[in-house]
Design a binder for this molecule. Structure first.
Ligand code: ATP
Length: 215
């Protein structure tokens, strides 16, 4: 099996995420993609929106696609949500499968700030997609790491390569969705209909602070 893992704060999940997951699944012929909600990210600011809301929106969006699995692995685990712990979990669950950790270029550029970042490739391949308008320049440390591991395509090994997929992505971010909503404009076109309905019903993203509930 070849399994995709796509982590994010998903605050909220938008069509850019869904498109990326489905496009990579198609391109690499993945069996399915786990959309892993980062409950308490270790390498970026905590999202303002409660985990319960972010999780419900992720579930709604994934339920519309049989290939996407909303995954609560990091919600179930106490403490910071480190990708390395999630990858260990998936490796134990799928000992013989190829694991593909999908990330946007912006996320990849922050890799050296992640816990045990050089060890991630022992558990999975890293699949990087370019987001429109995002920077691409890697620093020296990441460049030399990448130089050793970059591959044109996936071979049959379970992990260990960095693959840059030149497939088109949508120019959408969660920041853009939140900003539109806060300014009274509709981000409806950037979201699944079910997620937009959920946002309205729960009055999310009306203020900069978001909606704090039980985390
Ligand atoms: P924010 O604007 O709050 O930072 P975001 O839109 O970047 O959010 P995240 O949940 O932080 O979304 O991102 C999860 C993963 O999805 C990251 O690897 C990120 O690079 C990737 N990603 C986000 N938006 C897109 C997009 N439009 N196309 C491809 N990948 C994306």
């Amino acid at each position: 099996m070849r399994i995709g893992l796509y982590g994010g704060t998903f605050d909220p999940v938008h069509l850019g995420h869904i498109h990326a997951a489905l496009a990579v699944k198609h391109d690499l012929q993945l069996d399915h993609v786990h959309m892993v909600l980062s409950a308490r990210p270790g390498h970026r600011d905590q999202p303002n929106t409660a985990n319960t809301h972010r999780w419900k929106m992720l579930k709604l969006a994934c339920d519309e696609h049989s290939a996407l699995v909303a995954d609560d692995t990091e919600l179930q685990r106490p403490g910071c949500s480190y990708a390395i712990d999630t990858l260990r979990h998936f490796r134990a669950r799928y000992p013989r499968s190829q694991l593909c950790w999908i990330m946007g270029m912006d996320s990849y550029l922050t890799l050296p700030t992640w816990r045990n970042w050089q060890t991630l490739v022992e558990f999975a391949h890293l699949i990087v997609v370019q987001r429109p308008g995002q920077p691409t320049a890697v620093d020296q440390q990441l460049a030399s790491f990448q130089h050793r591991l970059q591959a044109e395509s996936l071979d049959t090994s379970r992990a260990g390569s960095i693959v840059f997929l030149p497939i088109p992505m949508l120019d959408i971010s969660a920041t853009q969705v939140r900003c539109l909503a806060q300014s009274g404009e509709s981000p409806e076109a950037l979201l699944s209909a079910s997620v937009w309905t959920y946002i309205n019903r729960n009055h999310l993203y009306l203020t900069k602070e978001g909606s704090f509930e039980s985390q």
